[in-house]
Design a protein around this ligand. Structure first.
Ligand SMILES: Nc1ncnc2c1ncn2[C@@H]1O[C@H](COP(=O)(O)OP(=O)(O)OP(=O)(O)O)[C@@H](O)[C@H]1O
Ligand SMILES: [Mg+2]
Length: 316
């Protein structure tokens, strides 16, 4: 697999921590569970684990569990013999056998049909599986990587996902942080992805004013790096080579107008103590962000430095 097309850009400490753990895992054969919001690079990370492992020259197969029809899931994964069931006109190798020696990515693992979960657990524990229509067990040497953008434990608690399978898969959980929590990655990704996309499209990379970048850093990026990539693509097409300022940003990223501020807070007739209001808001921001100062700063529309300065000022 060619790693060059699958580079994971960014050098934030939050991302580096995950990449370090993924390199340690890549050297082993254990199952891996990759979690993270949509667009955070779970597919990319799975490819990187495969490409940096001893299995790199062997197959890398991806299966989207949400698209496995319940009635066919078992035969698609484990294969079947001719005549194993009505309509099985020929023998079929399953994804497990296809991935033998390599890596199998089970994407959207929470959607894995219940009937198959026990068989998958058996395979994880013993490397054995049974194609439909056979009596004897077969053996395959496959590293499993499971990925999900939901909390798999929720599916366990809802009775949709087996507890034992969850524990077996989550021996090494890797959680990709959302873009809004990666310190410094946005500015770097803007440059790197702009260059990459400009080569792809034969268009000039857009420039961004410092003010525009500040607003983009405050935006929550629910679609994460995929959304950032699409956004750069759109800006490139609309402003080929131009400089993008705050006024060119889509409405969801734009600064809130003063009238919006008045909607959010209205000054009581008796006035407020601005200093204690500020301290209260800073404490709330720290609570919401679980003590992550960069995120707390963003919640208040401040740079990290300004936020740190005020924390010190109030001795918080
Ligand atoms: N760190 C990164 N550097 C460069 N490109 C990235 C990075 N992370 C993600 N991308 C790109 O963003 C897009 C989405 O990544 P990917 O498909 O791996 O996300 P995902 O977490 O699997 O999303 P989903 O949950 O929707 O399946 C891809 O085009 C990928 O190449
Ligand atoms: Mg994915």
């Amino acid at each position: 697999m060619n790693l060059k097309n699958n580079v994971i850009n960014g050098d934030s400490p939050e991302l580096m921590e995950v990449l370090r753990a993924s390199d340690l895992v890549a050297a082993t054969d254990v199952a891996v569970l990759i979690t993270g919001e949509t667009g955070t690079g779970k597919d990319l990370l799975a490819q990187r684990i495969h490409s940096t492992s001893r299995r790199q020259d062997k197959p890398f197969i991806t299966v989207n569990c949400a698209s496995l029809p319940e009635s066919l899931a078992e035969s698609l994964l484990f294969g079947h013999l001719q005549g194993a069931f009505t309509g099985a006109n020929s023998q079929r190798k399953g994804f497990i056998a296809e991935a033998d020696g390599g890596t199998l990515l089970l994407d959207e693992i929470a959607e894995m049909p219940a009937a198959v979960q026990a068989k998958l657990l058996r395979f994880l524990e013993s490397g054995e599986y049974q194609p439909l229509g056979t009596v004897d067990a077969r053996h395959a040497n496959v590293r499993l990587i499971a990925a999900t953008n939901c909390r798999l434990l929720d599916a366990v608690e809802a009775g949709k996902f087996r507890h034992d399978l969850y524990f077996r898969l989550s021996v090494v959980p890797l959680e990709l942080p959302p873009l809004r929590n990666r310190t410094g990655d946005l500015a770097q990704l803007l440059i790197v992805l702009s260059k990459k996309l400009s080569r792809e499209h034969g268009l000039q990379a857009p420039g961004f004013t410092p003010a525009a970048i500040r607003w983009m850093e405050k935006y929550s990026w629910p679609g994460n790096i995929r959304e950032l990539r699409n956004f750069i693509e759109r800006m490139m097409i609309l402003f080929n080579g131009g400089e993008i300022d705050v006024s060119n940003l889509p409405v969801e990223m734009k600064p809130r107008s003063p009238s919006r501020a008045a909607d959010l807070f209205s000054l009581p007739a008796e006035g407020v103590d601005l200093e204690s209001l500020e301290i209260g808001l800073m404490n709330q921001a720290l609570d919401i962000s679980n003590g992550n100062k960069s995120r707390a700063a963003r919640l208040l529309g401040l740079t990290r430095d300004t936020f740190l300065y005020r924390l010190k000022k109030y001795a918080l």
